[in-house]
Design a protein around this ligand. Structure first.
Ligand SMILES: Cc1cc2nc3c(=O)[nH]c(=O)nc-3n(C[C@H](O)[C@H](O)[C@H](O)COP(=O)(O)OP(=O)(O)OC[C@H]3O[C@@H](n4cnc5c(N)ncnc54)[C@H](O)[C@@H]3O)c2cc1C
Length: 512
């Protein structure tokens, strides 16, 4: 094999899971090469597109304060933020996946979340409380957070990618772009000994960490595993996560894990780019304020309980409900009462298909909804709304009676102009099925034995999520399991107590 590297550890991918692995391997003393499929201008994977939201157990504001880049933020004193226990996070995983999350992985994710975020913070990643996305201003002043997701990276996904890259380079990690992994090399004993990239180059290393995301950007793989309708889904994030390295690992004997038939998918602007997101606007095509209004298809019929839970617990399955509707299209409807509460960055994005009208029939015609159907639906909905106070910061129990599907919280009649319609389709985020790994990020074969030299983390690994997902868990999982995989890979090669690499260390003998 011609040798393009003499690194101890190859990491494939440059998103959050990959860079967490690279950082952990480098700080454990290993020399590390990151092989990224995308050109430099498109690197960073889905991570680049994220809002940077991290789900973690915490004890409230005082506890999170140590992580904040601006601990003197004047808003903190008048902010209500309930604590979120490890048991709450674990119960959320169990509940949202209908008990299908891998128990060991779920325990590791929950137990390691906070420590791994502290570790990331120690590597220069700054955090803030996400007032703009996860809190409402209170009438009497101050803010209240809802939905157990408060912590975000300063600068969102773009900030996270930039900081991880800077820290990795300072630790001597080499990043090679346009080097997509398509095959795995094995030595005479069957251990992984390196990788092959799409340009035919071979890269030798005794440990390989795959952190190349899911297969959501490949329409044929989507159709095969999720169903034919999923060809029509728009890809929210990177177009580079097309599953080659995942398939290469399966070819090398890795076992599958998790739910290959479901994925994370959301309500997404109907006119957003079809494939591969927009690196400038990133997450702004998401439309997450639907719990405040109602959602109908083009026949004017409701098809989900918009208020079954906080947005953070329902948005990741909404795309799958939308793709089942005619033309894979739905319309979110609000009125003059709820319009001021819409997430500003999402509902004002350039190119959004948004209509406003003084009456519902005009709105229906403008938005391409059957006016008679919509009128029937709204009449029945308005009549079904329970009396009582509306409170978007809590599950207020202000639901509907006697209609199907019900709306369980935040139900208010649509009766005040202007009426607002925002047209959405299904945007796929990532696939839930992936490689089977253990708590140390080692890839397992069908007999549950580790494949020597092969590690994985992030969305390429399956087992944590099925059918649904608690918002903010993907980044946390990438950091928790990326850190573990990187550390395991390093110690597998150089032993458990190597000399740590100092910041500024440079690596030799790597072609890029
Ligand atoms: C719009 C949007 C918003 C989101 N917001 C959040 C959020 O706020 N919080 C949250 O927790 N999650 C969020 N997510 C989910 C997010 O996808 C994950 O949390 C996380 O970023 C995934 O990290 P990862 O490292 O596993 O994959 P990625 O970040 O996708 O990284 C995979 C990397 O592998 C590279 N690659 C692919 N194939 C190969 C190959 N064959 N060889 C080498 N490299 C390869 C890709 O180019 C990419 O750099 C969001 C996703 C999207 C799309």
């Amino acid at each position: 094999m011609s040798r393009e590297s003499n690194a101890d550890v190859i990491v494939a991918g440059s998103g959050n899971a990959a860079m967490s692995a690279a950082l952990a391997a480098a700080e454990a003393g290993a020399s590390v090469v990151v092989l990224e499929k995308a050109p430099r201008a498109e690197a960073g994977g889905n991570t680049w597109y994220t809002a940077g939201a991290y789900r973690t157990p915490h004890g409230g504001i005082d506890d999170l304060g140590a992580l904040l880049s601006d601990p003197a933020d004047a808003r903190l004193a008048a902010t209500e933020l309930s604590s979120y226990a490890e048991a709450d996070f674990r119960a959320d995983l169990e509940r949202l996946t209908d008990g299908r999350c891998d128990p060991l992985m779920a325990d590791v994710l929950v137990g390691d979340a906070r420590g791994s975020i502290d570790w990331l913070h120690g590597h220069g990643v700054g955090f803030e409380l996400m007032y703009h996305r996860q809190a409402y201003a209170l009438d009497g002043g101050g803010h209240r957070f809802w939905g157990n997701l408060a912590l975000g990276v300063v600068g969102g996904g773009k900030g996270l990618v930039a900081q991880q890259l800077e820290t990795a380079r300072a630790l001597g990690v080499e990043v090679v772009y346009e080097a997509g992994v398509v095959g795995l090399e094995r030595d005479g004993d069957g251990a992984i000994a390196g990788v092959e990239t799409a340009d035919g180059r071979r890269w030798a290393a005794p440990a390989v960490v795959l952190a190349c995301g899911g297969f959501q950007a490949d329409p044929a793989l989507r159709a095969r595993h999720l169903g034919d309708r999923w060809r029509a889904a728009k890809v929210r994030g990177t177009g580079h996560n097309t599953g080659e390295a995942l398939l290469a690992a399966l070819d090398a004997g890795a076992a599958r894990a998790g739910d290959w038939g479901s994925c994370h998918s959301v309500a997404w602007d109907v006119d957003a780019p079809p494939h591969g997101g927009d690196r400038e606007l990133t997450n702004r095509f998401t439309k997450q304020s639907y719990p405040l209004g109602i959602v109908v298809n083009l026949a004017g019929e409701r098809f989900v309980d918009e208020g079954s839970d906080f947005r953070n617990y329902t948005y990741a399955r909404l795309g799958a409900a939308i793709i089942e509707q005619p033309q894979a299209t739905a319309v979110q409807l609000f009125d003059g009462k709820t319009k001021p509460l819409l997430r500003d960055d999402e509902y004002t994005v350039p190119g959004i298909v948004r209509h406003e009208a003084g009456d519902l029939r005009s709105l229906a015609r403008a938005a391409g909804i059957d006016p008679d159907g919509l009128e029937r639906t709204v009449r029945a909905f308005n009549a079904a709304v329970r009396a009582g106070p509306f409170d978007p910061t809590a599950k207020d129990g202000k639901g509907t009676d006697g209609i199907e599907p019900p709306k369980s919280n935040w139900a208010q009649p649509l009766d005040r102009a202007p009426y607002v319609a925002v047209t959405v389709t299904c945007g796929i985020t990532f696939t839930f099925g992936g490689l089977r790994i253990d708590a140390d990020g080692r890839v397992l074969d069908e007999r549950a034995a580790p494949i020597a030299g092969l590690f994985a983390a992030g969305e390429i690994a399956g087992g944590l999520f099925a059918g649904n997902y608690p918002g903010g868990s993907g980044l946390t999982a990438g950091t928790v399991f990326g850190r573990r995989a990187g550390h395991s890979a390093a110690t597998a090669v150089i032993g458990p107590d190597p000399a740590p690499r100092a910041a500024g260390a440079q690596q030799e003998g790597v072609a890029s």
